[in-house]
Design a protein around this ligand. Structure first.
Ligand code: ADP
Ligand code: MG
Ligand code: ZN
Length: 609
């Protein structure tokens, strides 16, 4: 660090020269600094938050080799290729290597030629490998996808348990753990199991500002899918379906309609799966139709849309799956097709659960999910609330609710009928009984409590009981009503509810019969010159193919957009584009510059020439 006035100046310089970025994303700088200062780190950052840089950058500064533990052998090569493309000497060790390749990596490791070494967790259980590590300087250990160590997490891997011994074996080596999913319970588990010592802990915001969330009422899902994909020509996307059969059916249907799509589910052979995943990852096939088996650790940064053609079983899964869109930070779309018919299908599976408590939890989660899809609350606010995070802005400007993509209907009068019944019965009953009162139902309980004598008895006869139950759900979601008590909750009025009841404010909801598609503002390529973007994409694919790496490893979509927008005319300009570090400038700068120059020539060409 001799030539830099401060550590801070040095890391900013590396950020620019190695990665080509001008500024850190939230929390990256403090994490990098902690690793450099040999502190343990625990970080929860959303997918696309830029976790890799948090360990790659310090690795380029510190003496010795950084060991990165990564769960998926299939992805290690891509991770290494990405590091190599930025000029970082990286390698991986896993069971896919031949003995000869393995020997090569080990000897480079012993010669101190490797800055970053990716390994699978099981390697930590191999005494021989530990011996090797003991004989080389290790700068730090990073555990990626650290939630795999916790049984409470949704991707528990027994192999990860062996990582508990890192601190025992290497007491003076700092350990940094990263994950995108951690409830507080999982968080505690990770810290204990890895024996992290007073870690610098980060819980980043889960907000993904570049994702546009929308829910469309499912009418004809096939037609809706085709229309949606039609609005995203040439863009990469994932379509999630619940069952293997549905995956096959949808991918066949899309193919028959001229959309290049491949299936992915656990019923395919390992070979088929990795072939399809690779075709998707390398931009050979834009669309992949998949079950939830597809996803963890897919680092493809230019997924431009994620569609759920069936209702996911809970909000956490929905958040993780949509999170695979837009890792590069450029705009991406998340569409959920929602039909009431999805609920009985999931209920069927839930009903099979033997354990009462588990079944109740699954049901509660399903209710939250259908609430997300059907209520008139900013989608982003609701997702964040699920993670215990409050969203400050009134309008997120990137969801169908906030963008007016859904038609609103005034529900003040009906809400007053419902709330009047709640208020007149002393705010002591559940939504079911209240719905009985307003529909004028002749039940034993109504008669016993003499609720048939209330003024509101039967005031809502014009609609059925289901309508009033759903209205109560809607009012809870909009915080006009509150649910109190556990198993059989009663509904009470909030301040907002009182204001509505007494006519001080009005309230509206999504009109369920008339939801129409919204979309993020402007097509991704459009505003930056779609024609040039296409040419750059082609060039990127060509280069990627010849080097046997995924295209996003060369430049991200975001970097290409920026080239289209800023129109670099010299290598100097090119160096200023975000995502163009020194190594990539040297390797690819000229080729992209030539393409841009050629494009601008065709633009200015005179017709009479
Ligand atoms: P995560 O592992 O947290 O999901 P990645 O490390 O894969 O995220 O990073 C996602 C994308 O963000 C990558 O394309 C990466 O190059 C980009 N990125 C990371 N840090 C920055 C930054 N400071 N500025 C711009 N882009 C960044
Ligand atoms: Mg990652
Ligand atoms: Zn919103």
């Amino acid at each position: 660090m001799q030539n830099y006035p401060s550590q801070q100046a040095l890391i900013h310089e590396k950020l620019r020269s190695v990665f080509g970025f001008t500024s850190f994303r939230p929390n990256q700088e403090s994490i990098v600094t902690s690793v450099l200062n040999k502190k343990d780190v625990f970080a929860v950052m959303p997918t696309g938050g830029g976790k890799s840089l948090c360990y790659q950058l310090p690795a380029t500064i510190m003496q010795g080799t950084a060991i990165i533990i990564s769960p998926l052998i299939a992805l290690m090569k891509d991770q290494v290729d990405a590091a190599l493309a930025s000029g970082i000497t990286a390698a991986y060790l896993n069971s896919s290597l031949s003995p000869k390749e393995m020997g090569g990596v080990l000897s480079s490791l012993e010669n101190g030629e490797i800055t970053i070494l990716y390994i699978a967790p099981e390697r930590f259980a191999m005494p021989q490998f530990i011996d090797t590590l003991k004989n080389i300087p290790v700068s730090f250990v990073a555990v990626d996808e650290a939630h795999c160590i916790s049984e409470w997490g949704h991707d528990f891997r027994p192999d990860y348990l062996g990582l508990s011994s890192i601190k025992e074996l290497f007491p003076s080596v700092p350990v940094a753990a990263f994950t995108a999913t951690a409830t507080l319970k999982v968080q505690g588990d990770i810290i204990t199991r890895l024996n992290l010592h007073e870690p610098h802990s980060i819980r980043a915001s889960f907000n993904r500002p570049n994702l546009f969330y929308q829910v469309e009422r499912k009418t004809d899902s096939k037609k809706q899918l085709l229309e949606f994909i039609g609005r995203h020509p040439n863009e990469s996307g994932i379509i999630y379906r619940t069952t293997r059969d549905a995956v096959m059916e949808t991918s066949e249907f899309l193919k028959a309609h001229g959309v290049s799509a491949l299936p992915y589910h656990a019923g395919l052979t390992t070979e088929e799966r990795s072939r399809n995943q690779e075709a998707f990852s390398r931009d050979e096939t834009p669309v992949i139709v998949a079950t939830i088996a597809f996803g963890m650790g897919i680092d493809k940064s230019n997924v431009r849309f994620v569609v759920h053609a069936d209702l996911p079983k809970n909000i956490e899964a929905y958040y993780q799956e949509t999170g695979r869109a837009g890792r590069d930070g450029a705009p991406a779309d998340c569409l959920l097709l929602y039909g009431r018919g999805d609920i009985p299908k999931i209920r069927y599976f839930i009903d099979q659960i033997q354990n009462d408590a588990e079944r109740a939890i699954a049901l509660e989660k399903l209710n939250q999910m259908s609430g997300y899809a059907s209520h008139n609350v900013c989608r982003r606010r609701r997702l964040l609330a699920f993670f215990g995070e409050s969203y400050e802005k009134d309008n997120c400007v990137s969801c169908d609710i906030c963008c007016g993509g859904v038609e609103q209907t005034d529900i003040t009068v009906d809400s007053q009928i419902l709330m009047s019944a709640i208020s007149r019965t002393g705010q002591r009953f559940g939504a079911g009984h209240i719905a009985d009162i307003v529909t004028g139902a002749d039940t034993k309980r109504v008669r016993e409590l003499r609720h048939n004598e209330l003024k509101t008895y039967g005031a809502g006869r014009h609609k059925d009981k289901i309508y009033w139950r759903e209205l109560a759900d809607e009012l809870v979601a909009q915080e006009a009503l509150r649910l109190e008590g556990g198993r059989y909750p009663i509904v009470t009025l909030t301040q907002k509810g009182n204001d509505i009841l007494f006519g001080k404010r009005s309230i509206s909801a999504i009109r369920k019969d008339k939801a129409r598609p919204a979309s993020r503002h402007g097509q991704t390529g459009g505003e930056y010159g779609a024609a040039l973007f296409e040419k750059l994409r082609k060039l990127r694919r060509h280069l990627a193919l010849s080097q046997q790496v995924p295209p996003y490893v060369i430049f991200s979509d975001k970097t290409l957009y920026e080239m289209c927008r800023s129109f670099p005319v010299s290598m100097n300009d090119m160096a200023k584009v975000s995502g163009v570090g020194e190594m990539k400038l040297r390797k690819y700068g000229q080729a992209f510059l030539d393409e841009i120059t050629q494009h601008s020539n065709t633009q200015t060409e005179r017709p009479d020439r």
